[in-house]
Design a protein around this ligand. Structure first.
Ligand SMILES: [Zn+2]
Length: 325
């Protein structure tokens, strides 16, 4: 990364104006099963999936920088038509959660992504119905709650369903409560806009078995980007169903929505600065087309200014270095 062009006091003023601190950051990490097949050529600059051991090391680094929350995405060894490895107590996410809790205990908040797209052959976020064409919402939310339960049993503090299925928060909350996990929180991805900005994520998390990871159609359950009324409805439903915080992604193109939602609901809100947003800044920065440092700061500050209480960002290390300088 380029050296900062900000003067120290100028940077301090910017950070103070939005009260940004390392406590507002969540580090996303991809943990890969050692038996996982080699993934396609990654289109994710300076970012890769990690073994369980490297994840433990990386979380240690993260905590030394003052960040105490991580969100884990699993890259499993087994992909099948029903995403069966997602609810495996010996699956990569479940094993990693157990190991991280052993190492870091309560000092670390572990959030787990709860979805099916890394685990099934279609790359879709839900289970297909018997026709094989459409996603079956009810079967999917039942299975998502089972996945969430295994994450809770492994020691996760928060589960984050990201499939955008209707009723997912309620179904997960009910099963967690019934199985002794009342304290486990739910931060759903309440608004996940259909977007081309997820490609670097998919290039890393999806195996070569999924041929066209760029042009996947998830429009039947993700939110169309031009619709803000539907977004408000999705948020309302998740709050009523028992969400403890809501997540909106992508972030940079949807600051108006983040701001409107914060103002309307006054509810805890996280923004995810997604892989495409990260890749654009990283790649333009590496070519010296933009001042990468200044862009990272202004992008993250804009999310905080819009109303995000937490920011999930692949820039966690860069931002923490800036905040700690
Ligand atoms: Zn998904």
């Amino acid at each position: 990364m380029q050296k900062s062009k900000f003067r120290g006091s100028e940077l301090e003023d910017i950070l103070n104006s939005v009260s940004l601190g390392t406590r507002h950051l969540v580090a996303p990490l991809f943990v890969r099963d050692h038996r996982a097949k080699a993934v396609r050529r990654s289109l994710f600059p300076d970012f890769s999936s990690l073994s369980l051991e490297d994840t433990v090391f990386k979380v240690g680094q993260m905590m030394n920088l003052g960040i105490s929350s991580v969100i884990l995405f699993g890259v499993p060894s087994l992909r099948d038509s029903v995403g069966s490895d997602a609810a495996n107590m010996s699956g990569i996410v479940q094993r990693t959660v157990r190991k991280l809790k052993e190492e870091f205990g309560e000092a670390l908040t572990i959030i787990t992504d709860v979805c099916l797209c890394q685990y099934n052959l279609s790359g879709q976020c839900g289970l297909k119905d018997s026709s094989g064409d459409a996603i079956n919402n009810d079967n999917t939310i039942r299975y998502l709650s089972e996945i969430a339960r295994t994450h809770a049993e492994a020691g996760a503090d928060v589960v984050s369903p990201s499939s955008m299925m209707d009723g997912q928060v309620k179904t997960i909350r009910t099963l967690l409560d019934e199985t002794g996990f009342r304290k486990i929180k739910i931060y759903p991805y309440s608004i996940k806009y259909a977007s081309s900005l997820y490609s670097p994520f998919r290039s890393l998390a999806f195996s070569e078995q999924i041929m066209d990871h760029v042009h996947m159609d998830k429009s039947s359950y993700q939110v169309p980007f031009m619709n803000s009324r539907e977004s408000i409805r999705e948020i309302q439903n998740d709050i009523l169903e028992g969400a403890d915080m809501i997540i909106i992604k992508p972030a940079i193109l949807y600051l108006d929505i983040i701001s409107a939602v914060k103002e309307r609901f006054q509810f805890p809100l996280a923004a995810q600065n997604v892989s495409g947003e990260y890749a654009m800044i990283k790649s333009a920065g590496s070519l010296n087309w933009i001042d990468e440092h200044a862009w990272i700061i202004s992008a993250i500050c804009s999310m905080k200014r819009a109303g995000a209480d937490l920011i999930i960002s692949y820039f966690w290390k860069d931002i923490a270095a800036i905040l700690n300088s």
